[in-house]
Design a protein around this ligand. Structure first.
Ligand SMILES: *[C@@H]1O[C@H](CO)[C@@H](O)[C@H](O)[C@H]1NC(C)=O
Length: 270
């Protein structure tokens, strides 16, 4: 159940904290002639961190003249990559939850559900790792590019000895730090789930019981195998198809397989 609850939730945290971010820094330019100074120059920026498109005006400390400057760098690719992966992971995990809960039988059919689920889970784990790492790197670059002490270096007036420039305050990073943490948490969550999805594919049993349609001739044997095949859905599939034509005994085998597979199907999601 953990995967079912946490995967969509963690994905939301990841893209909301990154995609919803906006920050501000403030610097001061204190000219030799105080009248020309501006002690509170605010610079706003936000997701997707195309900082080279963020402009601000600062005094030149030469009469009333001012200059328009831009921050440095474009970090939109890593930020957008991260948010895109998070959104798709959210959509997939929601869809998987619905399929898993409401379309159990279709999910088991020909083993296709577990197979697709396995591949997609592996791919998403990998993408979470890559996008979180890329975004962690992007974020550290954003932090440098928006550090007030770095921004002051861009201002011409600040290169003149007699003018004093300084930082008033820098951006708050807690939201974006959280997004990176959630990126890696999502990776751990999805990577951990690979094992449970793998178990559902039945590959670890050597593939002998992969196709449920081929086993129902011997429902009793199938029942006897239950202890070896805890959590085997192929067995429960066999039980199902045997139920119609074989009466009491196979009903029994179906109950047996239900008992063993029912709870595991949900604990697999833990
Ligand atoms: C200082 O800069 C801000 C822009 O951040 C501007 O709105 C404000 O008018 C400036 N103040 C003066 C005194 O020029």
């Amino acid at each position: 159940m953990c995967m079912v609850i946490f995967a969509p939730l963690f994905a939301i945290f990841a893209f909301a904290t990154c995609g919803g971010y906006s920050g501000q820094l403030r610097v001061s330019v204190d000219c030799m002639n105080k009248l020309e100074s501006n002690l509170s120059i605010g610079i706003n920026f936000a997701y997707p961190f195309r900082l080279n498109q963020v402009s601000f005006e600062v005094p030149l400390c030469e009469g009333k003249r001012r200059e328009r400057l831009f921050l440095v760098g474009d970090f939109s690719s890593s930020a957008e990559f991260f948010v895109t992966i998070a959104v798709f992971a959210f959509l997939y995990s929601l869809m998987a939850t619905v399929v898993y809960i409401f379309y159990q039988n279709k999910y088991r059919e020909n083993n296709r559900g577990p197979l697709i689920d396995f591949i997609v889970t592996v791919v998403f784990s990998f993408l979470w790792l890559v996008s979180s790492s890329a975004w962690a790197k992007g974020l550290s670059d954003v932090k440098v590019a928006t550090d007030p002490d770095e921004v002051v270096l861009l201002i011409s007036a600040c290169k003149v000895q007699n003018n004093k420039c300084g930082s008033v305050y820098g951006p708050r990073w807690s939201g974006l730090n959280t997004s990176v943490v959630f990126g890696y948490l999502n990776f751990v969550l999805w990577a951990g789930n690979i094992w449970f999805v793998f178990k559902e594919t039945g590959w670890h049993k050597g593939g002998a019981q992969r196709y449920p349609g081929t086993t129902p001739e011997k429902p009793v044997a199938a029942f006897n195998q239950q202890p070896y095949n805890q959590g085997s859905f192929d067995q429960s599939g066999g039980g199902f198809s045997a139920q119609g034509d074989l009466g009491q005994q196979s009903d029994y085998s179906q109950v047996g397989s239900y008992a063993s597979s029912g709870p595991t199907s949900f604990s697999n999601q833990m």
